[in-house]
Ligand binder design. Structure first.
Ligand SMILES: [Zn+2]
Ligand SMILES: [Zn+2]
Ligand SMILES: [Zn+2]
Length: 136
């Protein structure tokens, strides 16, 4: 699916900024941070528009946000190719050596037993450690 088709499928107006964000995330095999996405946008980048686009794209279910800490926030595309998978069902891995973040697509998040009176909405799991490359 092209960036244009993704926007169309989620009823979002096409703008150069949104197309550029989706393209960068599609080309990359791992989640990207703002400065990495910015690098692929050249003169099209402006901070306020970038954040608005990120918000629009996450609300529509096109991308998901990965928050490691206050200064490390990344973005990745959702699975809309086969079926619209908008809830992030996988945990994320943060490598403390190379600082890369990986979507652990094949790992399922556990079900958390909640005390009575609490209802589940969503959860984010970030596993920290050393990645495959850094363990070599
Ligand atoms: Zn979708
Ligand atoms: Zn690493
Ligand atoms: Zn992910």
């Amino acid at each position: 699916m092209s960036a244009l088709e993704i926007l169309k499928q989620h009823n979002i107006k096409k703008t150069p900024g949104r197309i550029a964000i989706i393209k960068s995330l599609k080309e990359s095999k791992r989640p990207l941070c703002e400065s990495e996405i910015k690098a692929g946008m050249e003169e099209n980048y402006d901070r306020i528009t970038f954040y608005r686009n990120i918000q629009t794209l996450s609300q529509a279910g096109v991308i998901h946000k990965i928050v490691i800490d206050n200064t490390t926030i990344l973005y990745a595309l959702n699975h809309c190719e086969e079926h619209h998978q908008h809830e992030t069902l996988h945990p994320h891995f943060y490598c403390e050596v190379c600082h890369k973040v990986v979507c652990l697509e094949d790992v399922k998040k556990p079900d958390f037993p909640l005390p009575s009176g609490y209802t589940y909405s969503s959860s984010e799991i970030v596993i920290k450690g050393k990645c495959k490359m850094c363990n070599k």
